[in-house]
Ligand binder design. Structure first.
Ligand SMILES: [Zn+2]
Length: 286
């Protein structure tokens, strides 16, 4: 099959359309998906630049995708050939102690499509059946591009806002960098939860767009002192939750913005808290 691959890292100049082997025979619970759309994330740029793990070249890129089930392994029960599916690109082994405890994103052998594993910018990708969801058809069916663009950032944001931070109705949440995919998904989820949402950006145009998506207050972190403004917006109480996927540069201001009993959630960092990616999969949240 012909897929977009890299044979080295450093930048987009390494991308090429090349012939690669078709996926091999399916294991018991694996599914081959014929892709109809793939979506890009900042993660893809980090992959092109080079991440600190071993690549097997030629490496097929792309984390997000949606398509039609093309073939299934002998024990697959949840999908059938012809089903329209969206893909969760975070692939655990489903066997380690973390997986058995239901913490798949902390899996000892965790991999992300297009980062650690062959990606979605190809005619076919193979994933465990647990990583597929039938594309909802009610009230209206998602378009292929919408279904493809959903998973990576939305599942990451869901784990941050709901699973880890347990944001509740009536609470105030601060979200850094609203131009990013994780931040934008976090905004939408926080509003659905009934929270009051303060977002930041260095771009006034992005802040205006965020207000159209429901942000209650917006701060330009280039021209405003975020922690002071958050205090002013919360009668000096501070935010209940901070969603910070930036890391070191915003750490102090995030802590200063938090109220008593507040929760700070981050993502996309390795064990040394170095930034390894900004659009991470639903994984490794502290
Ligand atoms: Zn595992």
């Amino acid at each position: 099959m012909r897929a977009w691959v890299i044979r080295g890292t450093g930048g987009v100049e390494h991308l090429e359309l090349a012939e690669v082997p078709d996926p091999g025979p399916l294991r018991a619970r694996e599914v081959r998906v014929a892709l109809r759309a793939a979506a890009l994330n900042h993660l893809d740029l980090f992959v092109l630049q080079g991440l600190p793990h071993e690549y097997r070249f030629p490496h097929v890129v792309g984390a997000d995708g949606a398509g039609v089930v093309d073939a299934v392994g002998p024990e697959v029960q949840t999908v059938r050939p012809g089903d329209h599916v969206m893909i969760n690109p975070g692939i655990p082994d489903y066997t380690c102690d973390y997986c058995r405890a239901g913490e798949h994103s902390l899996c000892r052998n965790y991999g992300i499509l297009g980062e650690h594993l062959p990606g979605t910018i190809a005619p076919y990708v193979v994933v465990p059946e647990q990583n597929l969801a039938i594309i909802p058809t009610l009230p209206t069916s998602l378009r292929w591009a919408e279904a493809a663009a959903f998973s990576l950032v939305t599942l990451t944001a869901w784990r941050m806002v709901v699973t880890r931070a347990q944001l509740a109705a009536g609470e105030t949440v601060l979200i850094w960098g609203i131009g990013g995919g994780v931040a934008l998904a976090a905004l939408r989820i926080a509003k659905l939860k009934g929270a009051r949402v303060i977002v930041t950006s260095s771009s006034d145009a992005k802040l205006a767009e965020a207000r159209r998506h429901g942000a209650d207050a917006t701060l330009n972190h280039r021209t405003q002192k975020v922690s002071q403004e958050v205090r002013a917006l919360t009668e000096q109480r501070g935010a209940n939750v901070v969603i910070d996927d930036v890391g070191e540069a915003t750490w102090d201001e995030s802590l200063r913005s938090l109220g008593r009993g507040g929760r700070l959630v981050t993502c996309g960092h390795d064990g040394q808290r170095r930034r390894v990616r900004s659009d991470c999969a639903p994984a490794r949240h502290r």
